[in-house]
Ligand binder design. Sequence first.
Ligand SMILES: [Mg+2]
Length: 162
Amino acid sequence: MVKFGRLYNLIMIIDFTNLRIAVDFDGTIVEHEYPEIGKEKLFAFQTLKELEKMGARLILWTFRSGKELNDAIDYCRKNGVEFYAVNKNYPEEIFDDTISRKIDADIYIDDKNLGGFPGWSEVWQILVPFELHQKEVEKRMAAIKSKKLKRLFWRKERPDEE
Ligand SMILES: [Mg+2]
């Protein structure tokens, strides 16, 4: 039986089309080794690429600038992630005193979040719970199907018992 909570989660699907996700670099995409580039955090690029495929706009939101910033952008590009914007709301935005420094994203992924960084697989599970529940539903459906088949064969083998 599907519990109400699970059913509720099934319809909690985030529409990722044009959803702006601000992502920090040091300590989030990679281990904190600034000004060097640390080792990739487990599943960082895999998750980011999936979110991008689903239509999200990834914004690199980092304190890096100049050469260190370019190093980070290049590293992400080499790993298949091209950001929609870097430290900006949109690519053409020119920063001056008339606009706030804070970007206006829908979701922020940062190792300095309250509670710390949960890791990329947790990020994925929070953002895409549907996939997990879908898998769970498929598993249960398969189990029910195989039970039905077993029952069917059992009956065929013993037609006199029906
Ligand atoms: Mg950080």
